[in-house]
Write a protein that binds this ligand. Structure first.
Ligand SMILES: [Zn+2]
Length: 345
């Protein structure tokens, strides 16, 4: 009996070892199979080149019967030293920048309005006149959107800083929008195109005068440079909205169609993530800092209570289209939701 038990014990021990070895073999085989299964797609991924191009830089929005197309010109960082605010506010900005170094990144954009009768461009981006290559994509974005610069009938300028007008003219003085009539406030044109004012301006501001003059000259020579000083009609369904402060003739353009409205407000806000919560913060580029802050305060309060689309060239996101809502002591930006059903909003 003892010997039988011993035999059973030896048998059981042998079986356990066999099973153990087999299970090790089975596990090893399983691992090899799994590894080859996982390795195959990994090898394919490693071999695929990365794609560096984005979606084309335009976004369409239907406003009544108008087709509005936001046109991407580029992205750049806004230097914190360009902002003026109280010590407490600016300390907060510097602290927030430590946590999020991209907090002051801003988009530069222009906008095309197709009224069905005319093609109207609002601001033209920087071209080669600002941004050291980070900007100047607007004409390419326009082409991607299905239009050519020569087709544009009218260009409306919010102001004559080169990040808004540089795209009008090449460095060798050619008109990019060769068939367009260009409109700007008389106060704006008189200021930046005056050799007397330019001569008295601080050294830092000189490049803005030089670029404005070089960019405007080909259009003036061609009889395509027009100024307005009141509320004269330029385009059906469009109202001029004087917004002085950032520059002397800084102007917004409000289009209405079928009860819907959109305001192209120019540089009312440079840095959405600072100036909506602190509208009193100004930029060093504001010619009249007090007036710039007052205009911003009045306009933001008005817009937050209205049903109006806002087109802001320096929003922190693209497309720079959205609405404004009151939030605490400031405002929040409600961006348009990206959709490919552009006319069914
Ligand atoms: Zn600007």
């Amino acid at each position: 009996m003892k010997s039988i038990n011993k035999a059973v014990e030896i048998f059981a021990h042998t079986m356990r070892n066999v099973l153990k070895r087999n299970s090790i073999r089975f596990a090893a085989a399983l691992l090899v199979a799994l590894a080859s299964f996982v390795a195959a797609p990994n090898a394919a991924l490693a071999a695929a080149a990365q794609h560096h191009d984005q979606v084309p830089g335009f976004y369409r929005l239907k406003v009544g019967d108008l087709e509005v197309t936001a046109l991407f010109d580029g992205t750049r960082a806004f230097d914190p030293h360009w902002l003026n605010g109280t010590n407490v506010t600016m300390d907060g900005v510097v602290k927030a920048l430590h946590e999020d170094p991209h907090m002051l990144d801003v988009v530069d954009s222009g906008f095309l309005v197709n009224t069905g009768k005319q093609l109207i461009l609002v601001d033209a981006g920087a071209g080669t006149w600002w941004g050291g290559g980070a900007l100047g994509r607007l004409a390419g974005s326009l082409r991607s959107a299905g239009y050519a610069p020569e087709e544009v009938d009218i260009v409306l300028l919010t102001h004559l800083h080169s990040d808004h007008v540089g795209g009008l003219t090449t460095q060798d003085g050619k008109r990019v929008f060769s068939n367009a009539d260009v409109y700007v406030a008389k106060a704006e044109s008189d200021f930046w195109l005056s050799p007397e004012i330019a001569a008295k301006a601080p050294k830092d501001a000189q490049p803005f005068f030089q670029s404005a003059q070089a960019i405007a000259t080909p259009y003036i020579k061609a009889g395509k440079w027009h100024t307005f000083s009141g509320s004269e009609p330029i385009v059906d369904g469009m109202q001029l909205v004087p917004l002085p402060g950032h520059t002397p003739g800084h102007t917004g353009y409000e289009f209405s169609s079928k009860g819907q409205k959109i305001l192209f407000l120019g540089d009312i806000v440079h840095v959405v993530r600072v100036q909506l919560q602190h509208p009193e913060v100004t930029a060093v580029f504001d010619i009249d800092q007090t007036a710039a802050a007052a205009t911003r305060n009045q306009l933001l309060l008005k817009l937050a209570g209205e049903d109006v689309w806002i087109a802001g060239p320096h929003s922190s996101v693209f497309p720079p289209l959205g609405r404004l809502r009151k939030e605490g002591s400031g405002y929040s930006w409600v961006p348009v939701v990206f959709t490919d059903r552009w006319d069914e909003r």
